[in-house]
Design a binder for this molecule. Structure first.
Ligand SMILES: [Zn+2]
Length: 296
């Protein structure tokens, strides 16, 4: 086996842009510190809405070329974050964006939501056994906010983590590997409230409205948070990565909006809930490093 960097972080996301919104600062921080950061994106985000009017022709109900365009946006975002290893699950276009919950695209052939979990998970087992991450970051069981591809990304990531460690499973995909720590993306309610207060106090942002706290994926009571990563030093890179996803995100200073044009705060500190493995922090305290307590 070739030499691997000492610290290896794997992130599993549903669409291009989710990684920058949720983990941009964390990814930039660990990449800058010499850790191997691997991003696996499960779909191309073909069903997204397009913000810039001059790119509206890419939309799925017109030319249906948004997925290809978003491959380029993701590559540009990863350049901003200094992340070299980014892949699409099963290769680009293997699984199609399923659209929002309840739309006919959910059931279309090849839609990520319409794929058996174990089928999709075996592609991720292949990556896990080759990259051998100590840390995995993904969504909670509701995918943070109920989008079918986010829910499926959670299921596939958790299942793949389990299968990767089973020696009897698919020996052709490499030696078994057990991930030490698994985290779900979270936002503490107090931080969300404070972010929206800042937004309401700011005069004259680009956005005509303000989102609701419940629009933010993964908001939970502060007591659920086990880990916070201070990415303040990488906030600019995170904002630049978000800006690179120009069909999906409009950025105005420390705020952004999706296609609904409702402002949201950009969080430079990113928060997590450790759901598998042992916290490296003293009892009752939050971790400040995803690798805390991990032997490298
Ligand atoms: Zn998404």
């Amino acid at each position: 086996m070739k030499d691997l960097p000492a610290r290896r972080l794997l992130l599993v996301h549903a669409h291009p842009d989710d990684e920058s919104i949720n983990n941009g600062a964390t990814m930039a921080l660990y990449a800058a510190a010499g850790a191997q950061v691997t991003l696996v994106t499960c779909t191309l985000g073909e069903e997204g809405e397009v913000i810039p009017a001059d790119l509206a022709h890419l939309a799925p109900d017109r030319e249906d070329r948004l997925g290809t365009h978003r491959i380029g946006e993701l590559a540009a975002a990863m350049k901003e974050l200094g992340v070299l290893d980014h892949r699409f699950l099963g290769g680009p276009g293997r699984f199609r964006d399923s659209g929002m919950m309840g739309v006919p695209q959910n059931r279309r052939e090849g839609a990520f939501w319409n794929t058996p979990v174990d089928d999709a998970a075996s592609y991720l087992v292949d990556i896990i056994r080759s990259v051998r991450p100590q840390v995995l970051v993904t969504y909670d069981p509701n995918g943070g906010y109920g989008h079918p591809d986010h829910i499926q990304a959670h299921r596939v990531a958790m299942r793949a983590a389990e299968l990767a460690g089973e020696r009897a499973f698919r020996g052709d995909l490499g030696d078994a590997h057990t991930i030490s720590k698994i985290y779900w993306n979270r936002v503490p309610r107090s931080v969300a409230e404070e972010g929206f207060a800042r937004l309401r106090a700011a005069s004259g942002t680009d956005f005509p409205g303000i989102a609701e706290i419940d629009d933010i994926p993964g908001v939970v009571d502060d007591s659920e948070i086990t880990t916070e990563i201070d990415g303040t030093a990488h906030a600019e890179r995170k904002a630049a990565a978000m800006r690179a996803h120009a069909t999906q995100i409009a950025v105005d200073g420390p705020f952004f909006a999706l296609s609904n044009d409702l402002g949201q705060p950009i969080f430079a500190t990113e928060y997590y809930q450790l759901v598998q493995g042992t916290s490296g922090a003293p009892a009752g305290e939050r971790e400040h490093d995803l690798f805390a307590g991990v032997s490298t």
